[in-house]
Each structure stands twice: as structure tokens, then as C-alpha cells.
Design a protein around this ligand. Sequence first.
Ligand SMILES: [Zn+2]
Length: 503
Amino acid sequence: MPLYRFSLVMSVMTLLLYNIPFFRFVVSHSELPAFRLALFTLSLALIMVALNFLVCYLLVFLTRYVGRTIVALSHVLNATCVYFVVVYNTLMDGSMMGNVFNTRYSEASGFFSAPLFLCMFFLGIVPAAYVLLQKIDYGKWKTFGVAAGTSLGVSLLLVLLNFNQFLWIGQYDTELGGLLMPWSYTINTCRIAAQHHQANAEEIILPEASFRNDDKEAVVLVIGESARRDNFSLYGYEKNTNPRLSQMSDVMPLMARSCATYTTAGVKCILEYADKSQLYEILPNYLFRNGADVSWRTSNWGEPPVHVDEYLSRGDLAKIYADEDEHYDGMLFAGVKERIEQSHKNKVLIVIHTSTSHGPRYDQQYPAEFEVFKPVCRSVEEGRDNIEGLVNAYDNSVVYTDFLLSQLIDTLRTMDDWKTSMLFVSDHGESLGENGLFMHGVPLSIAPKEQYEIPFLVWTSDSLRSLKHDNAEIDQHYVFHTVLGLLSVDSPVYDADKDIFDF
Ligand SMILES: [Zn+2]
């Protein structure tokens, strides 16, 4: 059998034997009308066939029996995964692959059953045997070039034709990625390995630091998600999205830009002392190692490895503060005052990594009472055609942010024994339909300003401190040096020029 035909058979088999749950999910979750849904599903099937064909062809052409062994193995793994997807409704996503690699034999053996082995035999081992025993004519480089070029061209064209489904795919990326065989477990295994590598990566330790005094000083650093400056009325937005903060004359809005348009890079930039490609000790780790009390609270992800004693997800906090609603970011702000007052240290940093304006379903990020601007989009489909509804939902998430920050400041104000400060900085901005763009992630060099112009809000109880930079646009590294200043830290890496305060 010529290799191109073999690869096509493999690709179609992969589609039919292992990807039915993927297409079942697409059909049941799409809101497209029947005809457009049929076209979209067909496009996805063709893209899948073309790309799997390309990968199979490449592997086997370039590495012969090694490639055939990998393809054979993928059938066995696909069959096993599809069994768990169908029987247990699992997704082969990152957390599931993490479980797989952390499971002992005794736990895994509980899943062994006759149906599992039958599924593995007929859907896995039989196709694998076929792959290994089939006689293949590997063909010439020219055929290889034509086959690779055609499949790549077809996939690209279909991706472009379905570009308007980008938002929908973004909404269900975890589910779709977790059902797509063999890429679900392949890519998620690579991600687990990369995370493991990153978590164990040696961060470059910064020089020792000390505290200049014993004053009780606390900083709450709130990291925003996809908050863009344009939609904060503090920066001149015509809709009143900051009804509470705008009443506080001591809240200082600074002009700032993010150094990236995606979460991991934006958060790294907020926490590191300078623009570095290598991993240097980040702010919470640095302060914790030098004797400060540091707590990390999060409903988000993607930060560099945090090495502090207290790392709390929204779920962890729900167990401590049962009164708050676990579904919203208000949870992250529960009990901050008590947490600071009960500290055994005089220097406290609390980092709150929120997800309050995370798209594309902005309407799901805030409690009902914050739905100030109406009507709002209730689905991704609607959001693309109804920009006004999308922006309303986004603006409501800003109103909720405004509420959370103003409440935090009001709480900190009551702490007479402490000098307290609050910084709010977003990881990056967000596109809301301008030039047909949504969400974020466009490379910074060509990104529209909506994706990097961010709010940077500061409040401090210390009336002696005065702002140094009031008009110039600052970057996210100012956070590191300002926090060091606020906590009276003496450090060789402290850069007074990047402290927003004079004092
Ligand atoms: Zn982000």
C-alpha cells in the first residue's frame, strides 16, 4: 500500500473510531442554525483528517518503523481513552493527565474490567497489529511534498473559512481539547511535563533583603484579568463603571501598559523586578524568603511557581469563609482584614489573582446585582453579532471589580494599627470587537492598544506618601519596586526610579 493511502486510512480510522464523542459535543453545544452547524462540523472533520494525515505521513515517511510503532501505540491509547470518555464521561484534559501520572497501580487496577479489555482489543490492538503488519511503499520525496503541501493547504483554508467560530472554540477549549484524540492526551501530557519542569526550574535568587523598621505595614496586590483601561470611568470612560472608586479622592489611577497580551507573561512581568527572559525570584517568593508574611489567593492560573506557605484557591477559601459565594471573585477578598491582623509578622503581602473580566462569557463573572448595563449577551454566538451586549456584560464585570476594590479599601481604612496599601494592576487588556478582534493574545508588536493599555490603581493609608509619576505611562515592573517601598524593604535590586511614590 502506498504511504499516502495508508496515512489516509489511519486518519479516517482515527476520526471514526475515536472522535465520535468530540463531534457529539460540538453538535450538542453549538448554537449555530442546522445548515451552518453541518458546514462547521464538516470543516472540523476535514481539518482533523487533513492534519492527522499529515502527521502520520510525516512520522512514517521520516522514521519508518519508529513512526509505525508510534501510530500503532496511539491506537491502543486512543481506544483506552475513548473507553473512559464514553463510560466515565472524563475529559483527557490537563488535570486528568495529572491524575493519570500520579495514580498508583492499586488504584488504576480498580478500573480493569472485561468491557475495557474488549474495547482495547478491538479498537486498539487490532488496528495496531494492522499498522505494524501492513506492507507499505514509502514513496519518494516528491510525493511526500505534494501530500504534505496539499493537506496543510486544505487545513489552513478551512481554518480561515471558520475563523468566526474562534470565540466559540475559545469558550469550550478545555472540553474540545479533552475529547480530541490523540491530541488530548498527547498535548496535555506535554503540558504536564512542561509544568513539572517549570515548577522545578531553579529560579535565580535575588540578593538578601532586610526591613528598615518594625512598623506594621501591609500591601494587598490585586492582579486583574483582562481588565482594560478604556472601560474604567476613572480613565474617562463615558459609562459609569466605577461608581464607588470614583467617589474616593485618594484612589490614584495611573497610566500603564502591560508587557504582554497573555496571562502567563503579564503576571510574570507584574511579579519580577525587571524584564528578564530567565526566571528570577518573584516578588512573593522574595519577600517570603526574607521574612515577610505572604499569602496568595487565586481564582486564576499561569503565575510563575509560588513558594510561600499559604496558597489558597477560591475552593480552599470557600472552606474557611462559608458565607461568601464560591462562584465569584468576592470569595478571594473574604477575611483579608482578619488575615492581616492575625499575622505574627509586621510586614504582610497578600496577592489576590482574580479572573473577574475573563472572557468570553463576561456575564458569568459577576453576581446578578452587578448587572447594571443591559441587555447583556448570554452566549458566545450572540456576542459576535451583538457587540453592545458583549460590551455591557464586560462593563458589568468592571462594575463588580469596582465594588470589590472599593470594599477592600474601605476595610483597609479601618485598620488603624497598620499602614495599608492596595495596588490593582491588570495582566493585559482585552479586545471587544474592535477591528473584528476579541479577547487577547495578539503578539505585542502588532497588538491593538486595547490589549495592552491597562488600569493601574493605587491607594495607600499613608498620607505622607506622594506620587512621583503622575502622567508618564509606566510598566508592570513598577509593582515590584513600589511594594518593596511600601513595606520598607532595603534591597540591592530596589530601584527608586520604579517606585511610584516619592517617599
Ligand atoms: Zn489574562
